[in-house]
Design a protein around this ligand. Sequence first.
Ligand code: SF4
Length: 210
Amino acid sequence: MSEQNSQYPLHIAELIDRIGRLTRELQFVHGLNPAQWETLRFLKRANGQSRTPGCLAEFLCATKGTTSQTVISLENKGLLQRCKDPKDKRKVTLHLTEKGREMLCHDPLRKIEDMVRDMEPTINAALTLGLAQILHQLQEAIGARTFGTCKRCTSFRCRSQHPEKQDVCGLTGQPIGEGDNQRVCINFSHGKDCHPFLPEDLEPVLSRQE
Ligand code: SF4
């Protein structure tokens, strides 16, 4: 490691910790707490097989009991709905209500989004790449699930390989609808050197580095 590069690791670790702390503070608004905001965001982005209380607990890295309290409180506020699966009565799925979707228009993380939008595109690309790599390594280190989308999943079967020209999930055998391949999935399985959280337009930058 060069002398200049050796200054960065501790500084970056401290910045991430500080930003995480302040971002948490930002999310005690509109009568919700950070876990409740994260739940609303998760339900907006998750695919069908991931919108269950168990998957939510894994995404939040929380216990089932704590997650259940979060779900009950959002349900009491009319922001989400619990529905029984008609095919399997023991299975419960979670859905955002219209009020929940409207609440997401006031998502406090938009403040950070606005700050980032005003930054240089090259800084944004480098930040995304670096933060995605840190997140990926951290998830591996603590054994947390790596949620990701179909296009980077090793179970994804592209329509060109399918007789009916339909994208299919190789794990469940179910067709993947338009838009669903952009949603995060608990069963995502990443290949070697895959960075699940990178937007697709950063792939060329990444491949130039490898
Ligand atoms: S292909 Fe992978 S990410 Fe997509 S639904 Fe199947 S398991 Fe989930």
